[in-house]
Design a protein around this ligand. Sequence first.
Ligand code: CA
Ligand code: CA
Length: 109
Amino acid sequence: MGPGVISTLERLDREVCGRHELTLMVRDRGTPLPRRSYARLIVNVLDVNDHRPQFLAARYTGRVYSTALPGTRVAQLTALDHDHAHNAVVNYNIVSGRSRSTRTNHHRY
Ligand SMILES: [Ca+2]
Ligand SMILES: [Ca+2]
């Protein structure tokens, strides 16, 4: 008698498998025949921020005419993050270079 405890044998990776469906069986030691019943256990793996966002390309090139108005799009970049929800929200920033005349839009995906 007592509770059954289910625990992990190895680390789970939400990005590999975010949901595990298990079939459980409980059986007594009765005689002459033990009796049993079944239940299902669904385990949802919660996300941890274990992936960094990655640009789809290592290098981008932008073009803009010198007569272009402020606000003209120079380049469009895309980065993907394989985590979930808030852990996958990305924010673009210029961190070096001559950025006085350019800016990023802080798109969140
Ligand atoms: Ca992430
Ligand atoms: Ca993750």
